[in-house]
Design a protein around this ligand. Structure first.
Ligand SMILES: Nc1ncnc2c1ncn2[C@@H]1O[C@H](COP(=O)(O)OP(=O)(O)OP(=O)(O)O)[C@@H](O)[C@H]1O
Length: 686
């Protein structure tokens, strides 16, 4: 049977409208989307062990018989069911919550396989909420790798497994779209085999083969799409009459600092693009804190100074507000007659309507927001420039729809992903690349240390001293709140404890689950200096700019990718004060400390990510995500750099041979590429 990737997930058996709605939340609409919803990890269903061999705190399978009456009680809203189980070697107490139906299913004396985390309570072994299998059912899956998917509220792992299983049911065949020649040359497995094995690997080797093919495919489509865009863009002429304006020079001379040579050069490049004959498609690449924002602001002022609108689109609400505030005050202090307007998803309907009105009438000159900026309801009067981040690059068609006059706006993309030029040319193949490769001269290198949790009292003393000197600090924890299954610091409990240790210091917390208004208010109070220590999750990772903050302390640093830690470190050292970074590791194993020490030795983001990979080894495929910024579905630009190069070469060779993909043997690829380009959602959208 042939199934199409375009079919809706609702066509799969067992997926009703309700489940389809839940799938929509994770951007899974078609069967193709589901097939590409790759697992984030795998669980190996190991052979069951005897009770006596169970190790506390580990997830294990055990084969036991029901050895007592099933007891039920109700505590508040919780239905608690407990039962004694045993084998010849020992007794295991088991508890399930809110699964009362099990009391009818569990048969006295019958043998089951239970799988879960074992805990030792008062010398007794217990297992809470284990998975329950009949012996026969477990034997079928024992030894196999089971996929673990990223979940959303209401959609559990087993529902996703069921849907994927349906989509891969034997007999269903999907069209292979990679040309046979490329598959042979690059040693790539066939599509159906690869999809089957990425979700349900036969073994480790088949998983690696499958992953290689799918990473290649993802990069290959990406590079082909970029080439398409580049070709289309070559023909686009600059439809705006833009001339240099005095306001940009005025802004530069009013800054409390001088632009670096690199900033000046990049600004010149942008100015000549925007005043030139072609539509600008340019990327500004610069490491954390290199001063990209002011360049974007200059470009927005140039558009406004010529009577057009400019939009600045950023990934988070916190950032949108921060940029709005700083642009607002720059404009006010320079006495420019331009009106900045904020537009974000969390604004009230009334606020939004007001913003839409200002945008449509042209009263708004500079529009700052999240991707609410590109929704249908927004009608720009005369949009000439869009500044965006690398996650939201625009295709030509999107550019056209943005401008109601059908003119393509200039596009400026900002990136803090530190990659070497050869790679940048592939990843940003559709863009001209400008690099800010120089930090402001007033910057002092950040002082780093990697320590164990025993160092905390000293770190707090140090933070208290910095606060006394008028500075501020960030403390990053991996979790929002306490979790039963993960041992790591969380912002809520941490803040409570820290307030006891530093009672005279104003400490607040911030995390992604807070309401937008709360988040904004915390960020504003931190930016204004009222909050002195901000305990936060990684929501502050990208772009947050509070130059008075001089200490970054990261708890459970071992849980983060080094590139991510580098981004976090970039939140300090943004002003003239000496800054410090304290990486606290939850374990002091030699390997962990060695890895974290790479951060001590280098400030070069790409070097850091690559060294991390060498230490972890390429076998650690689904470990910590490296980049956090330029995220593909399965490929990783740091760890899969060789595949990226291979895919880029293959794409170039194919274009050489059949640029329009019109040969019959390329028809399936053409179709797949169009789907990829039109999809418009997903992580890297074009
Ligand atoms: N030439 C300069 N000299 C001194 N300070 C500067 C200079 N250019 C920018 N700054 C200041 O440096 C800080 C960081 O700049 P900016 O926020 O633009 O960094 P960025 O490149 O966007 O970094 P990130 O990727 O971390 O967001 C800001 O406080 C900004 O005012």
């Amino acid at each position: 049977m042939q199934m199409e990737r375009e079919s809706s997930v609702e066509e799969l058996k067992g997926v009703g409208p309700k489940t389809a709605q839940l799938f929509r939340k994770i951007d899974v609409i078609s069967v193709g989307d589901l097939l590409e919803y790759y697992p984030r990890a795998y669980d190996i269903y190991e052979e069951p062990v005897p009770v006596a061999k169970l190790v506390p705190e580990k997830v294990q399978a055990v084969s036991v018989a029901i050895n007592g009456r099933v007891q039920q009680k109700k505590v508040k809203n919780l239905q608690i069911l407990t039962v004694r189980t045993a084998d010849a070697s020992g007794v295991l107490q088991v508890t399930w919550f809110n699964m009362p139906f099990l009391s009818r299913q569990l048969l006295q004396g019958a043998r089951y396989i239970l799988r879960g985390r074992v805990v030792s309570k008062d010398g007794h072994l217990t297992m809470d909420q284990p998975e329950l299998f009949t012996v026969a059912a477990y034997m079928e899956i024992a030894g196999t790798m089971r996929p673990q998917y990223a979940l959303t509220a209401g959609l559990g792992n087993s529902a996703i497994v069921r849907a994927v299983t349906q989509a891969l049911k034997s007999g269903i065949v999907y069209t292979e779209f990679l040309p046979a020649e490329i598959r042979n040359k690059c040693n790539l497995t066939e599509y159906n085999y690869s999809i089957q094995n990425i979700h349900f690997p036969m073994n480790q080797d088949s998983l690696l083969e499958a992953r290689h093919r799918l990473v290649f495919e993802e990069f290959f489509l990406f590079v082909l799409a970029l080439r398409r865009m580049r070709e289309e863009a070559v023909e686009s002429v600059n439809a705006f009459a833009i001339k240099p304006v005095p306001q940009t020079d005025q802004l530069i001379s009013g800054l409390p600092y001088a632009l670096t040579g690199a900033q000046q050069k990049v600004w010149q490049e942008i100015q000549s693009d925007m005043t030139g004959h072609k539509v600008m498609s340019r990327l500004i690449q610069g490491d954390v804190g290199s001063g990209k924002t002011i360049i974007a602001v200059l470009a927005l002022i140039l558009a406004a100074g010529n009577g057009y609108q400019g939009a600045l689109m950023v990934p988070t609400e916190v950032l949108a507000r921060q940029h709005y505030e700083s642009i607002h005050s720059l404009i006010a202090s320079s006495r420019f007659p331009y009106r900045p307007v904020l537009l974000t998803g969390s604004m009230t309907a009334k606020e939004k309507r007001e913003a839409y009105g200002l945008i449509e009438s042209g009263e708004a000159d500079i529009i700052i927001g999240t991707h609410a900026l590109i929704q249908e309801k927004v009608n720009y009067k005369d949009l000439a420039l869009v500044v965006t981040d690398e996650q939201h690059r625009f295709g030509v068609r999107q550019r056209e729809t943005l401008s109601n006059k059908g003119r393509e706006p200039h596009v400026l993309v900002m990136s803090a992903t530190p990659i070497p030029r050869t790679l940048a040319l592939i990843i940003y193949g559709d863009l001209d690349v400008s690099v800010i490769n120089e930090l402001p001269a007033t910057r002092r290198p950040i002082k780093n240390c990697v320590v164990g949790t025993g160092y905390r009292p000293k770190a707090y003393e140090f933070i208290a001293r910095e606060i006394k000197a008028g500075r501020q600090a960030y403390i990053i924890c991996p979790m929002v709140e306490e979790s039963e299954s993960i041992e790591a610091e969380n912002v809520i409990d941490y803040t409570r404890r820290l307030r006891d240790v530093l009672p005279d210091i104003k400490i607040e917390y911030l995390h992604g689950k807070m309401k937008p208004a709360e988040k904004n208010s915390i960020m504003e109070r931190f930016a204004s200096g009222e909050i002195q220590v901000l305990v936060s999750t990684t929501v502050v990772e990208v772009g947050v700019n509070v130059p008075n903050a001089t200490v970054m302390m990261v708890e459970n640093a071992e849980r983060f990718g080094l590139a991510q830690l580098h981004q976090l470190r970039g939140r300090v050292g943004r002003g003239e004060h000496q800054s410090y970074c304290i990486f606290v590791s939850g374990n002091e194993q030699a390997q962990t400390m060695k890895r974290l020490n790479i951060l001590n030795q280098s400030n070069d983001g790409f070097h850091i990510a690559s060294e991390d990979l060498k230490l972890r080894g390429p076998g650690d495929l689904f470990g910590i995500r490296q980049s956090g910024l330029l995220e593909f579905r399965i490929g990783d630009i740091f760890t899969d750099v060789n595949v990226l190069k291979q895919a880029s070469e293959a794409a170039a060779a194919l274009m050489e041979e059949d640029e329009t993909l019109s040969a019959p043997e390329h028809a399936a690829l053409q179709r797949r590429l169009n789907q990829y380009i039109n999809r418009g959602t997903g992580k890297i959208s074009i």
